[in-house]
Write a protein that binds this ligand. Structure first.
Ligand SMILES: Nc1ncnc2c1ncn2[C@@H]1O[C@H](COP(=O)(O)OP(=O)(O)OP(=O)(O)O)[C@@H](O)[C@H]1O
Ligand SMILES: [Mg+2]
Length: 601
């Protein structure tokens, strides 16, 4: 059963929620404080009016002036405190949000990452949280302040002269009506579309850059650029549509919020005629002239804040979608494997979206401490078999057992502690070689790491790097060859020292020197362990305890090397091909030594 969790902004807040609330309240207080100087200035004007023509009679000008400055400063200070609170809360909340998404992602089945482009995922994690951060730190307090202002405004407007108040309110009400129309459900859809097209563009950009080597070798620049180009065009079209659709409401909004005087002045002229005390009326009128432009500023703030509110809501929806991706069910009881054996019991597995199964009814046992080899044609399902052991995917039917226990009943951490996997495609982090090796056991000491590196024959790699084992790879011209990367990944596995080792041998790196170094490293790694080795070079596996030939997802032959040769099936043919194609002896009878060149199959 899929349990949908509704993720809200405050689900990441924890105890920082109160800080956000305090920040918003302070922002509201600051908004009110900012209004007071308007009254002070108006008092100055009033005194001047009363004292005219001899303005020296105005006694309290300095008092009101100082008061205006004091309240303005106080407003700024309180606003500063408000922003401090919201910033601290925003940083923490967004940190929680990022870490929850990253932690969740680690638990997802690998298939999820195949379906999602990495550009898309990066955007969800990075930019969704970025948007949320700026919303929490700036827009939310702004919005509170901006909503407090109109309320205070309405009060003030009516205190002086309700008729002028009412007239000034017309454009404000109009502005509000337009804002709420602009941020209606149609606009929410627009914002989602906008984010989607940005996501697509991002994804295609990443794909395009990744594919550049292929594009260059096959000279298909235009063809491969097309998809990227299409997403850019799609984005452009969207932006044009959006801008055009906003022309009328934006113009109406701008006109209405700036039209205060168009209402206020005619009303003033009309009302002054009937005023009993025209001086008093004029004074009130001046207050409105001073104050109403401030409302315009507030309305603009609300407009921009409401756009950002929608962006933040969309960001949260995307984070929520990621967090609702179902991870593999965690074992309820968490049984411990009894030993380091591996059993496949009538296992079948089909990749999501594939029509034919990658593995059909596969059964075998690898007893603790023995080495079993998987061979067979490309696409036969070897990597798939290996990846079902650490539960990268869950089987459709049958059971995979480690130490006699169904892998679904073993706690993920225990299972991961028990299994090391040396992958076919080696991924090195953009970090030092040392950290790359240590990634399999972060608490390992430097000596442990160096010992593992020596066992995997990495010394000569360090020797040619400028900072030895501390050289950062993946940047600045520091790259490793395929064979070297494989040795680093073997060092990783040796350091981890897990009782079960899965080796998916890479096909390519066949220079004889490297091959022999790798062989030696493999022997070290495999000593005393349960090993499943996927071999492309048959020389690696002659001595395996058991060899299985996998074709089209089924085991079609099995036995040890000599039994399989005797059987005369696929393995025997593969061996024959291997022997006839791999060894050229560049021998001359007079040569003191023979050089053996090995080619890959
Ligand atoms: N992530 C995936 N999603 C969908 N199908 C996949 C995926 N990975 C592999 N397959 C399919 O499953 C089948 C078995 O693939 P697998 O990688 O296990 O073969 P293999 O024996 O390891 O091949 P090779 O010797 O080339 O490494 C193939 O038909 C492949 O197309
Ligand atoms: Mg494979």
């Amino acid at each position: 059963m899929k349990k949908e969790e509704r993720v809200t902004l405050f689900s990441f807040a924890g105890r920082y929620r109160i800080l956000t609330v305090i920040g918003c309240v302070l922002s509201g207080i600051s908004a009110v404080l900012t209004l007071i100087p308007f009254i002070c200035i108006w008092q100055v004007v009033r005194e001047l009016f009363a004292a005219m023509p001899d303005i020296t009679q105005a006694q309290h000008l300095v008092y009101w002036g100082v008061l205006a400055v004091v309240f303005a400063l106080l407003g700024i200070l309180v606003n500063f405190a408000a922003l401090m609170c919201t910033h601290v809360a925003a940083f923490r909340i967004v940190r929680n949000m990022r870490s929850r998404m990253l932690h969740h992602m680690v638990k997802l089945p690998l298939g999820f990452f195949d379906e999602q482009g990495s550009g898309k995922l990066r955007r969800v994690i990075d930019e969704s949280s970025g948007q949320t951060e700026s919303f929490l730190a700036h827009q939310l307090p702004d919005l509170t302040g901006a909503y407090v202002t109109p309320v205070a405004t309405v009060v003030l407007l009516f205190v002086f002269d309700w008729r002028l108040g009412l007239v000034s309110l017309i454009p404000i009400a109009l502005g509000f009506a337009i804002i709420s129309r602009m941020s209606g459900s149609a606009m929410k859809t627009k914002i989602r579309e906008y984010q989607n097209s940005l996501e697509d563009m991002n994804d295609e950009a990443v794909e395009y850059v990744r594919g550049i080597p292929v594009v260059k070798t096959f000279g298909q620049t235009v063809f491969s650029f097309n998809r990227f180009h299409d997403t850019i065009m799609c984005y452009r079209e969207w932006v044009m549509d959006y801008a055009i659709s906003l022309r009328v409401p934006m113009a109406a909004f701008t006109v209405s919020i700036n039209a205060v005087f168009a209402f206020l002045i005619p009303a003033g002229i009309l009302l002054i005629a009937s005023a009993v005390d025209y001086r008093a009326f004029l004074l009130d009128f001046i207050f409105y002239v001073l104050f109403t432009p401030y409302c315009t500023v507030m309305l603009n703030r609300i407009l921009f804040s409401s756009e950002n509110t929608m962006l933040a809501k969309d960001a949260i929806a995307r984070a929520s979608q990621l967090l609702n991706e179902q991870p593999l069910d965690e074992a309820v009881v968490g049984l411990k494997p009894r030993d380091a054996s591996v059993t496949f019991d009538h296992v079948s597995f089909t990749y999501k979206g594939a029509t034919t199964p990658a593995i059909r009814d596969v059964s075998f046992v690898i007893p603790e401490g023995s080495t079993v080899a998987l061979v067979g044609p490309s696409g036969g399902g070897k990597t798939t078999v290996a990846s079902l052991i650490p539960r990268f995917w869950d089987v459709d039917s049958g059971m995979v057992k480690v130490g006699g226990v169904d892998v679904k009943d073993i706690a993920t951490k225990d299972l991961m502690d028990d299994v090391s996997f040396v992958f076919q495609d080696i991924h090195l982090f953009k970090a030092s070689l040392f950290d790359n090796i240590r990634s399999s056991r972060p608490d390992a000491s430097r000596e442990d790491v160096m010992r593992a590196a020596r066992a995997a024959r990495c010394d000569e790699i360090f020797a040619k790097m400028p900072q030895g084992v501390d050289t950062v790879v993946g940047t600045g011209g520091m790259y490793l060859s395929g064979g070297e990367a494989q040795r680093i990944s073997l060092a990783r596995a040796i350091l981890k020292d897990a009782p079960i080792v899965l080796l998916d041998e890479a096909t390519a790196f066949a220079d004889p020197e490297n091959e022999s170094l790798i062989q030696q490293a493999l022997l070290k790694l495999a000593r005393g362990k349960t090993v499943l080795v996927i071999a492309h070079r048959l020389s690696t596996i002659q001595d395996a305890d058991h060899i299985m030939v996998l074709k089209e997802g089924s085991i079609v032959e099995q036995g040890d090397h000599s039994e399989l040769l005797e059987h005369g099936g696929i393995y025997a043919k593969m061996w024959k091909d291997y022997e006839s194609s791999t060894v050229w002896r560049l021998a001359t009878s007079s040569a003191p030594s023979q050089k053996e060149v090995t080619c890959d199959d």
